[in-house]
Design a protein around this ligand. Structure first.
Ligand SMILES: NC(=O)c1ccc[n+]([C@@H]2O[C@H](COP(=O)([O-])OP(=O)(O)OC[C@H]3O[C@@H](n4cnc5c(N)ncnc54)[C@H](OP(=O)(O)O)[C@@H]3O)[C@@H](O)[C@H]2O)c1
Length: 440
């Protein structure tokens, strides 16, 4: 049996998971690829740090050059995270003819095309299954099993931390702050939670997925992003009154030659599969022209789930060294469209004085500007005021903004206006007259 020597860059949560899986499943993995795998070197920042697993002396190093110079190392696994020094390390690894596996969503989202090109130029593989939804096999399924499927929509709960927070708020009625503090205490959220709660983490993953399913690079600036920091207990309970749950949904939809991408707290019908995804689980929904609807569900993070995705990439490379994986390329010109011009469903909520409440007048405010009201509910809040909950079945952002301005001008007692998106996963609505941002 031959032997492949690999190196890990990083030995934190994911690196330790990779070490543990390669140790405990050594026999099965080696039988599967027909050769031995040896972790020859592990790059860390602090060599004196106490580790959860014991490694033989001499394996840990703080010197990347030591790994680069060791020509017996054939695969380099980057599980450090961030852009620096990882981007340089990955480029150097590829240029020196090493296959690379990474779990780094930030780097793949921003530099994926560039480093995949570099991998191709150097006839080596770059795999990144763990970068989106940790342990859920998704990227390699899209690249291989769905390689000829025309996918029209991808939507999912791509961030476990925000799903944990929203699930706590929904199930236990706690505030955003309380749920976040609990997520931090349990190690599900970082001390600085910005990337998760403001939707950046989900945006990076959505970009990676949309490149895979649509075969085009999307412009990050045209992707609408809204986090969950403003979501209140009232938003959640009022959404429930209309039969919805609030999830941080990352969604990309194809409409002819345009795609619209957004990350936003979104009302999802309680009966839909995604509404039932609780705790810190992830789930992805895909709609293919031939295959129909597909759902992927599982753990989006954690030592062993993420380690499992990394190990599957290492095995994939060692089984399939010469051919590699081809990326999908769109055969038509597809452009990324701003959400300003795309039709969407909205949930609108406000309170108003009961005396001024007039159902016909309210509906006409929205419908005069082409926003269609499909559901309306008045919930008495106090003797004098009520909460009004509306579902607007179809409006673009600009139409809706105009209607809301008109609402406030027409009814002086309207207060506490809240607007959130709704996704019913119905047949797509598309207005072929709308312009893409590049034409404005
Ligand atoms: N954690 C998850 O569940 C998960 C899920 C999916 C994807 N990912 C991705 O996986 C990657 C790693 O995440 P993680 O949670 O394992 O991170 P982590 O626990 O913070 O570990 C990072 C490791 O990188 C090392 N490191 C940091 N800076 C370094 C530098 N300049 N030079 C050399 N080594 C350095 C650290 O060394 P020391 O040990 O000496 O400090 C540590 O071993 C990230 O891209 C992350 O987005 C993580």
């Amino acid at each position: 049996m031959g032997k492949t020597r690999i190196a890990l860059l990083g030995f934190g949560t994911v690196g330790t998971g990779v070490w543990n899986i390669l140790s405990t499943s050594k026999g099965e993995i080696e039988a599967n690829i027909g050769e031995e795998i040896e972790i020859a070197k592990i790059l860390v920042k602090n060599i004196g740090k106490r580790r959860r697993v014991e490694v033989p002396p001499g394996i840990l190093t703080t010197d990347f050059e030591e790994i680069l110079k060791d020509t017996s190392i054939k695969v380099i696994v980057e599980v450090i995270g961030g852009m620096e020094p990882t981007l340089d390390y990955i480029k150097m690894a590829l240029e020196s003819g090493r296959h690379v596996v990474t779990a780094n969503k930030l780097l793949i989202s921003k530099f994926g095309s560039e480093i995949l090109r570099l991998a191709a130029e150097n006839s080596v593989n770059l795999r990144y299954e763990a970068s989106v939804c940790g342990g859920i096999p998704l990227i390699n399924v899209i690249k291989e099993s769905l390689s000829v499927e025309r996918i029209n929509e991808v939507a999912g709960i791509l961030n476990g931390t925000t799903n944990y927070i929203l699930s706590k708020m929904t199930d236990e009625g706690c505030s955003f702050e309380t749920a976040l503090a609990e997520a931090q205490a349990k190690g599900f959220a970082e001390a600085d939670p910005t990337s998760d709660v403001e939707g950046f983490d989900a945006l990076y993953k959505l970009r990676i997925l949309s490149k895979l399913v649509f075969g085009v690079e999307t412009n990050e600036d045209l992707i609408f992003r809204e986090g969950i920091t403003n979501i209140t207990k009232d938003d959640i309970s009022h959404a429930k009154e209309l039969g919805y749950k609030i999830k941080l949904l990352a969604a990309a939809k194809r409409s002819m030659d345009k795609i619209v991408l957004r990350v936003a707290p979104t009302l999802v019908p309680e009966k839909h599969f995604l509404a039932g995804v609780g705790d810190c689980f992830n789930a992805v929904f895909l709609k293919g022209a031939a295959v129909g609807e597909l759902i992927f569900y599982g753990k989006g993070a954690g030592e062993l789930p993420t380690g499992s995705a990394v190990v599957s990439d290492i095995v994939g490379i060692l089984r399939n060294k010469s051919t590699g994986q081809k990326d999908r390329k769109s055969t038509v010109d597809i452009s990324c469209q701003t959400t300003e011009w795309s039709k969407s469903k909205y949930f609108v909520r406000f309170s108003m004085n009961n005396k001024t409440y007039d159902i016909q007048k309210l509906i006409s405010v929205f419908e005069s500007g082409n926003s269609r009201v499909s559901k309306m509910l008045k919930v008495e809040e106090a003797a004098k005021t009520s909460n009004v909950l509306l579902i607007i079945s179809e409006a673009d952002t600009l139409e809706l903004r105009k209607a809301l301005a008109k609402l406030e001008a027409t009814f002086e007692s309207v207060k506490g206006l809240r607007v959130l998106r709704v996704e019913d996963f119905e047949a797509e609505e598309f207005n072929p007259q709308i312009l893409d941002a590049g034409n404005l």
